[in-house]
Design a protein around this ligand. Sequence first.
Ligand SMILES: Cc1ncc(COP(=O)(O)O)c(C=O)c1O
Ligand SMILES: N[C@@H](CCCC[NH3+])C(=O)O
Length: 421
Amino acid sequence: MTVSPHFAFHQGVLHAENVPLTTLAERFGTPLYVYSKKALHDAWGAYQQAATGRNVLVCYGMKANSNLAVLNEFRKLGSGFDIVSGGELARVLAIGGDAGKVVFSGVGKQEWEMRAALKAGVKCFNVESEPELERLAQVAQDMGKVAPVSLRVNPDVDAQTHPYISTGLKENKFGIAIEDAPGVYQRAKQYGSLDIVGVDCHIGSQITEVSPYLDALDKLLVLIKHLAGLGVNIRHLDLGGGIGIRYTDETPLTPKMLLDKVFEKLDAQGFGHLQIVLEPGRSLVGNAGVLLTRIEYLKHTDAKNFAIVDAAMNDLIRPTLYDAWHSVEQVVTPVGGQVQTYDIVGPICESGDWLARNRSLALAQGDVLAIMSAGAYAFTMASQYNTRPRAAEVMVDNDTVTVVRPREKLESLFEHEVVLD
Ligand SMILES: Cc1ncc(COP(=O)(O)O)c(C=O)c1O
Ligand SMILES: N[C@@H](CCCC[NH3+])C(=O)O
């Protein structure tokens, strides 16, 4: 993404909604994550519009951005949540979220997490292996509860995305191989403490084409028909796999493109009654955020030009982890200045500490840059490496700004550590 309706230039200055990013950098310092509330609402609106008249539950994949203010916007809009840990469940409960709209995914659910989810009353557990099924049945039985269960089926479909974020291939750790699923469902049926409610799959992230979803859906519908013959009746189908966003020049599918095709298939095959659950993360928040950073130094070597900024891989790991592209905008459009090719790098002592490479920009020391598309998998993947406090997060709503998480204080980074005599 370069600029969007929510992050646009007015008189040479990049704004978040109606607030100049220069003002935010001055007022709150850098690095700084800036979110647009309207962008969150508009992204949600695209799903809501696509689902009109159909039985669809959108469970926000909160791993993308789990700030309570972000979660609460989606809660108010009617979203459910896709969680992958007891910690994420605690966040949902902290904002008064409805556990009945929570699906619990993840390959490594621990007993305490199962207990917490059963106590809260989640919509379902997306079970990813037989040992997990057994553990869940036992935990539920011990608590005198019945656990609602979907099996996360691995459909062996290529989502045509980065290998690190593809999840629905045989070699990925996720889910139960589709050919094994009927047997596991039959086992699940035998437990009085389990209630089979659905079928789940998740094929990957940053998906830009509709075809991988349809390939997965075809396989799941064959499975659901087969299960009906075994007396296992499914109430919902969770079609996980994240719609991609525009980082540069991608033209990803839209929620409407996806849901129109999905319902066409479901109706044609007599499955129009099934509830569809979606678990979007990135497409709801990715382009609703930017990361502001200030240039500390420009450094010119024989080999390269570096812009050394105050944000680093600990604030945004995606470039170095996935070789991901994030657009870089100068918050104030430069007048004149020499355009040169720069690597934008952070202060961390790793050669992999870069945010962008080979960008043609006319930079000056002290300039503020906006690393675009930083609403998803930026803060949630941030660390404190090199004893760097995690940056503050602010939410812009029209011309109002709220700090939704203050910058961490240095002392808080080591306040629980113990010095031995
Ligand atoms: C189980 C599950 N649900 C939801 C998501 C969110 O996906 P995305 O951010 O691609 O929409 C992911 C991440 O890929 C996931 O693994
Ligand atoms: N964290 C990844 C996506 C993984 C999604 C979780 N299954 C990213 O930044 O693109």
